[in-house]
Design a protein around this ligand. Structure first.
Ligand code: GDP
Ligand code: K
Ligand code: MG
Length: 282
């Protein structure tokens, strides 16, 4: 059997543990991770000739370093480097859930989206063109209902194709932050790319965004590099330039706004919302 290591990542209550349980059955144990109190669950199963190791990670709304859950998930991604990430999203609350997705896209990891709670989405009367949405973000999206198991087999078939490099929906896309922020990013990104000691676990784009946001853990990692002064000075200069030309706007808030704007635009193109599915048209 070929072995594929997958990690379930998503907001709290999007159905990660339900998906974990239905995929892995009872063969799981609770694990601890590097001194923090949040837990991950590990399991294994076989599917279509592949052996899967699967981890159910703590629920998190972002990959910043504000909460123990965020730090846990990020450290897991850094230290364990799963082959494929399954980003579980709550299909009935996409605006919020897709924020984390934009951060995973920044990381440039192999990924599949489980569009979970798809039963709820359908029941609400809303329709989502998830294939088009997947093409827009370069990530395959598979509708699932983890509670009943619907779509789960297709989800892992897709994970296999992503792992084997044969999944057509996979493209390298990044969520553009607009001209001004992209300009601020590119200098730092180039510097990170050229730096021999920069860790390879995270993409230069992800690290550059986290530096612009003043992320404490990423900054600490960068500060331990030789010639770090140069990078931090460049970051400070980029932030100052941006904030000087956008008075009253904090760069971290601006990055989040751009991401939410991207999500809103993508959903406006792919989702038809039904506010009152029982109303008759006149
Ligand atoms: P987690 O916090 O991401 O691990 O989410 P859980 O697996 O604990 O699920 C949260 C709640 O959503 C539970 O009550 C599940 O039974 C329910 N749930 C999970 N997946 C689905 C689904 O696809 N459809 C519906 N309707 N409910 C689901
Ligand atoms: K839960
Ligand atoms: Mg859970």
């Amino acid at each position: 059997h070929r072995v594929i290591n997958v990690a379930l990542i998503g907001n709290p209550n999007c159905g990660k543990t339900s998906l974990f349980n239905i995929a892995s059955g009872a063969r799981e144990h609770v694990g601890n991770y590097s001194g923090v109190t949040v837990d991950a669950k590990y399991g294994e199963f076989t599917h279509n000739g592949y052996h899967f190791n699967i981890v159910d990670l703590p629920g998190t709304y972002s990959l910043a370093s504000y909460s123990p859950e965020e730090l846990y998930v990020r450290r897991y991604l850094r230290n364990e480097a799963p082959d494929v990430i399954i980003n579980v999203v709550d299909g009935s609350n996409l605006e919020r859930n897709l924020y984390l997705t934009t951060e995973l896209i920044d990381m440039d990891r192999s990924m599949v989206i489980a569009l979970n709670m798809y039963d709820e989405l359908e029941r609400s009367g809303s329709r989502l063109d998830y294939r088009t949405l997947g093409e827009m973000i370069g990530v395959p999206i598979i509708p699932t209902a983890a509670k009943t198991g619907k779509g789960v087999s297709e989800l892992f078939d897709t994970v296999i194709r992503v792992y084997e490099g044969t999944e057509a929906a996979v493209r390298h896309v990044h969520v553009s932050l607009g001209n001004q922020l992209e300009k601020a990013l590119s200098g730092i990104k180039d510097e990170l790319k050229a730096h021999p000691a920069v860790e390879r676990h995270f993409s230069p784009r992800y690290l550059a965004i986290k530096l612009l946001e003043g992320d404490a853990e990423v900054q600490h990692q960068v500060l331990s590099l030789p010639d770090a002064d140069h990078l931090i000075k460049l970051r400070d200069k980029s932030v100052a330039e941006y904030e000087d030309s956008n008075p009253g706007i904090d760069i971290t808030a601006a990055i989040a706004d751009e991401k939410y704007g991207f999500i809103a635009g993508a959903l406006a193109e792919t989702m038809v919302k039904e506010e009152n599915p029982t109303a008759s048209s006149t």
